[in-house]
Ligand binder design. Structure first.
Ligand code: GLN
Length: 385
């Protein structure tokens, strides 16, 4: 047989999703892949039932059902502080995963360089490979996850045409400060680079931190492709709904790529989620209150056990330091943790370009009882190793 594609020859399967499969096999509490184990709001489930009887079972307009784009534009205009045109500046995609892939394919030529903060969400690696980009990693140094502006500038000097900015950040829970974002903006302007954001955790930002949309910074709207998702905000990761917000010329290109990649996101689900986008502020306040409680339950549990960890400023992950267990491979540790303790996390090394292998990422987007169960199991960790 002829050789398969060289471009994808070195792909491994996603370690995040692999850990979920191993967790299921051993009946572990699954804190690996980031998704809730609780239901979406009941109003959204009611809307979903209602759409079953409506005539919305064929393709929606490829770049998104008009009423969904309108609802996204209304909500995001309010939050981002500028008027977004639903007809020329939004593409509804199959999750933020597709939003980012379609964006990369719209702005990148094979051989172009793209700056990526490390640690990073593993899909960005695949996105660069599929779009033919060469990544230049800029370290966010643990435990504070700060970056050095000179190192970021070096990436732009080396020719980075775009920067991928995940804020709040998966996996390290960093919320970029205004000063950091302004530094990035200054460099993006100076080197005429695009900024591709991943802002799927925009509503999970713990006090006193605040989310600042990169596109809302002075002069940045024209060079920012804001990617986000409805998965996390409405607890519907399986619906695969996301979107891009970008100036019309860029949106026009993303639409075409998206059209040929997927034709469109599922039409009935686009209809049903309009209900969610119309929720008032109380929903987002309560959503954050619940996530703050989950974070605090998990942190207190880890502290009681004496496991070292960072304090996430946003998103729903925590990095736990496993140095004390003396494993050379965090991948091996993660598997043993599932088998011996019955808790699944993601080996931290898969997120880093640097040789960092002393962290396990846990996801606390779970019912409080699931978190208590995980903590109870983890309280025996030292007996198990
Ligand atoms: N973003 C989530 C994580 O990091 C899951 C994403 C996915 O599996 N598509 O775990």
């Amino acid at each position: 047989m002829r050789e398969l594609s060289q471009r994808t020859a070195n792909f491994t399967d996603s370690v995040i999703r692999r850990m979920t499969r191993i967790a299921l096999k051993y009946g572990a509490v699954n804190l690996s892949q980031g998704f809730p184990d609780f239901d979406p709001p009941k109003e959204i489930l009611e809307a979903l039932k209602k759409t079953a009887d409506e005539n919305v079972h064929q393709y929606a307009i490829t770049w998104g059902a008009p009423n969904l784009r309108k609802a996204i534009a209304e909500k995001q205009s309010r939050l981002m502080g500028f008027d977004i045109d639903p007809d020329s500046e939004i593409v509804v995609t199959c999750g933020s995963t597709e939003a980012m892939m379609a964006t990369m394919m719209s702005i990148i030529n094979p051989g172009d360089k793209v700056a990526i903060f490390s640690p990073f969400y593993e899909n960005y690696g695949a996105d660069t490979i599929l779009s033919g980009a060469e990544p230049i990693y800029v370290p966010l140094v643990p435990p504070e996850y700060d970056f050095n502006k000179d190192e970021l500038e070096a990436a732009f000097k080396a020719g980075a045409k775009a920067l991928v900015l995940c804020n709040p950040s998966n996996p390290c829970g960093k919320v970029f400060s205004e000063k950091e974002l302004l530094d990035i903006a200054e460099l993006a302007e100076k080197y005429d680079a695009y900024v591709v954001t991943d802002e799927v955790y925009e509503h999970i930002v713990f006090a006193p931190y605040k989310h600042i949309y990169f596109a809302s910074l002075p002069g940045m709207r024209k060079r920012t492709i804001s990617c986000s998702s409805l998965s996390k905000t409405y607890s519907i990761t399986g619906w695969r709904l996301g979107y891009t917000i970008a100036p019309p010329e860029i949106t026009d290109r993303i639409r075409k790529v998206h059209d040929f990649l997927t034709v469109g996101a599922p039409a009935p689900l686009q209809e049903a989620i309009v209900t969610g986008l119309k929720f008032c502020q109380d929903y987002y306040d309560e959503f954050l209150r619940e996530y703050t409680e989950k974070r605090d339950i998990f942190i207190k549990g880890l502290d009681d056990i004496g496991l070292k960890h960072n304090i996430p400023e946003g998103a729903y992950y925590i990095m736990v330091d496993i140095s004390e267990f003396g494993f050379e491979s965090d991948l091996e540790f993660a598997e043993e943790l599932i088998k011996r303790v019955g808790v699944a996390g993601v080996p931290g090394s898969i997120f880093f370009n640097e040789p960092v292998n002393n962290y396990i990422r846990f996801n606390f987007s779970k019912k409080n009882e699931t978190l208590h169960d995980a903590i109870e199991r983890l309280s025996h960790i030292r007996e198990c190793f």
